[in-house]
Design a protein around this ligand. Sequence first.
Ligand SMILES: Cc1cc2nc3c(=O)[nH]c(=O)nc-3n(C[C@H](O)[C@H](O)[C@H](O)COP(=O)(O)O)c2cc1C
Length: 205
Amino acid sequence: MNSVIEAINHRRSTRCFEEKPVPKEVLNMIVEAGNQAPYTSMTRSQPWRFVVVQDQAFKQKLFQTTFPIWKQSIEGMKTISLELYEMAMSLYNAMEEPKDVVYYNAPAIVFVIGPADNAVSCALACENIMIAAESLGLGSCYVGFGAMVKGNTEVTQTLELKADEAIYGPILLGYPKVNPPTEVATALEKIGPNKKDAQIKWIYP
Ligand SMILES: Cc1cc2nc3c(=O)[nH]c(=O)nc-3n(C[C@H](O)[C@H](O)[C@H](O)COP(=O)(O)O)c2cc1C
């Protein structure tokens, strides 16, 4: 099959990574693919920039910032969808320390940062990154919770986040763990996607 179609069809969110760093050249290739995404001509050139994090201390700061928000949201989910709450908690309980349920201890985190009013273009860059990662044998995950860092000035200053900017992704990157612990694998299976067939209306001669 065509290798691009294969990468698109095969990509699934990865939430368990090997503790193996991703070489900078590989990350650079992936981010460059993100940079080739289409964008609205209103901005004349790409509206986004990228921040690539592999630093452990900064990753820890990110987790300390976003975990309380994750926890509060998941608690709030109890009344909205007990099923979703239980899915999230089963993964949390199965995880070994550090229970990083936001960034899943991914070796690399890519923040796509762009205008708050240009989500479409920036989301296209995110998708390019995830497909490029898949084509190179890496797993990826778009983690909306991972963007909730505005409460930590140190983090926003390091990301150089301006008032009119938003974070898209971030996108986790790393080598998928080959043999996750059984409890983690079971929890991940439950979280796994619930894909339906494409709903297509053909308007055709
Ligand atoms: C806007 C957005 C936010 C997401 N946020 C999270 C998140 O915070 N944590 C997470 O584990 N997955 C997150 N995901 C991944 C989705 O859960 C996942 O893409 C979806 O279940 C489909 O599964 P697939 O990516 O394996 O095809 C997010 C995806 C999108 C597009």
